[in-house]
Design a binder for this molecule. Structure first.
Ligand code: HEM
Length: 470
């Protein structure tokens, strides 16, 4: 019996050196349902069965999954034979209804790097701090000083950081609190449906909700409605200019804006939720972080965030537990790769290659003891410095956690994201009284459909009571 694997006729047996193949029981569909339902659970099961590299079939596609973290950088450095554009195009179409045939993620990221470092980064961080300060005033929050209010922690963090990031990066005239709240609501609705849009599993009603949210967001994000003051120096202004130079029409430009809104605002808010959620459910960690923040209270804003080793460890530990992007490449030609133990494998043209750092290194029990536990000092040495040395079978692990992507594909906004998360958490812990409504409440479980889409989101929420201190 013969069958098509990738673009090449696959005849029952594997060719030499190909990773073990697991086609699943259902013809064509293979493992698609299990993969989509909970990618972490499925890929952990496959890793236990096959080891650090294997190929699975899902909806007619053959996907080779690589889970040996010490070879991620070397394998993914081949940007010619391992192409990231084709699958990115598919997702852009499905999620954002966007066609950008000339989209070049390589040059895109290089340009973004320039705008998120040095003086530009300092200015951006200072603008972010001002915007956040403004958003937590009693009038903006619709609160009287000392008045208690209830909310879900996820909504509280995501909405505040979204609004802050939107004002900072999109610098828009639509900045009264009612409009900002409306934009956040639409964005959140759209974001909730994003995994289903990506997997094309939305039902009719969800399709309508997503389309309506997208339409509204496109309208608000029309480049001509955004702040033109600093357009040419800003990353976003530069991006719009680039699209215009490429002859991209106005409709496509505003659709591309929504893609950038999600890329820049879709992860930091959920990450801030997990940081605060872990702190509120781990009193010892909360006490030490509070002390550290109090210690830096009198420093200037740009100095305050430096020298906070415990807070940094809490953030690293949180990202280790919740950053779950799936890095996907299309194999353009048959290609040999080497695992870190020297073993050679052959990738087949037309297949997809996926790297999932969440499973290894982040949740690998051989690297991190009790990987599912939050240990606030996991990234601290006994002398209080940052712990960088982690080992697997006696060999030093290059990166114990990969929340920002691999070497050649690092998130260009990572420093800005860290600064925004730390600023939000610091402000909340110093300016607010914040308590769990139920002192014994536990963090909600993760929504398993979000594996593969950046920072995880909770399946429920954590109820909090808060008030602005007098
Ligand atoms: C891309 C993580 C926040 C800007 C990425 C990538 C990851 C990532 C894993 C993909 C790298 C790849 O292509 O494989 C995160 C996490 C964040 C965060 C965990 C927060 C906790 C931000 C923020 C900004 C930003 C706040 C900017 C304000 C970007 C941009 C890209 C990117 C421009 C490139 C997208 C493209 O391919 O065109 N990020 N990010 N990110 N990120 Fe972030």
């Amino acid at each position: 019996m013969s069958e098509k694997k990738g673009s090449i006729l696959y005849v029952g047996v594997l060719r030499g050196n190909e990773p073990p193949l697991d086609k699943g029981m259902i013809p064509w569909l293979g493992h698609a349902l299990e993969f989509g339902k909970d990618a972490a659970k499925f890929l952990t099961r496959m890793k236990q069965k096959h080891g650090d590299i294997f190929t699975v079939r899902a909806a007619g596609q053959y996907i080779t999954v690589l889970l040996d973290s010490n070879c991620y950088d070397a394998v993914l450095s081949d940007v010619v034979l391992l192409d990231q554009t084709s699958y990115a195009q598919v997702l852009m179409k499905r999620i954002f209804s966007l066609n950008l045939p000339n989209h070049n993620p390589e040059s895109e990221k290089k340009r973004a790097e320039m705008h998120f470092q040095g003086t530009a980064l300092t200015q951006l961080c200072s603008s972010m701090q001002n915007n956040l300060q403004h958003l937590v005033t009693p009038s903006q929050m619709g609160l009287k000083v000392s008045e208690w209010k209830k909310d879900g922690l996820f909504n509280f963090c995501y909405s505040l950081l979204f609004k802050t990031g939107y004002l900072t990066v999109f610098g828009t005239e639509k900045n009264n609190s009612a409009s900002l709240a409306e934009i956040y609501e639409e964005f959140h609705q759209f974001d909730q449906l994003l995994p289903k849009l990506a997997r094309t599993t939305v039902n009719k009603e969800e399709k309508q909700i997503a389309s309506s949210a997208r339409e509204k967001l496109w309208k608000w994000l029309t480049p001509t409605r955004l702040d033109r003051k600093s357009e040419h120096q800003s990353w976003l202004g530069n991006y719009v200019q680039q699209l215009q130079d490429e002859g991209v029409d106005a409709e496509t430009q505003r659709r591309a804006m929504l893609l950038q809104l999600w890329v820049t605002q879709g992860n930091a808010g959920p990450a801030a939720f997990w940081v605060l959620g872990y702190l509120l459910t781990h009193p010892e960690a909360l006490r030490v972080v509070r002390e550290e923040i109090q210690g830096g209270k009198h420093h200037r804003p740009e100095e305050r965030q430096k020298n906070t080793p415990v807070f940094d460890s809490v953030l690293s530990e949180t990202l280790r537990l919740t950053a779950a992007a799936l890095i996907t490449r299309e194999v353009k030609q048959d290609k040999k790769i080497h695992l870190s133990n020297g073993q050679e494998y052959q990738l087949r043209q037309g297949d997809r290659l996926c790297v999932f750092p969440f499973i290894s290194p982040q949740m690998d029990p051989q690297i991190h003891q009790q990987p599912e536990m939050f240990q606030f000092d996991r990234f601290l040495n006994a002398d209080g410095t940052e712990k960088k040395d982690f080992f697997k079978e006696g060999v030093r692990v290059k990166c114990p956690s990969v929340p920002w992507g691999t070497k050649d594909n690092l998130c260009p906004g990572r420093q800005f994201a860290i600064s925004a998360i730390k600023e939000l958490v610091s402000i909340i812990l110093t300016r607010f009284d914040l308590e769990l409504c139920d002192k014994n409440a536990k963090l909600p479980l993760v929504d398993p459909s979000r594996y593969g889409f950046g920072i995880l989101q909770p399946a429920g929420d954590l109820e909090i009571c808060y008030r602005i201190r007098s």
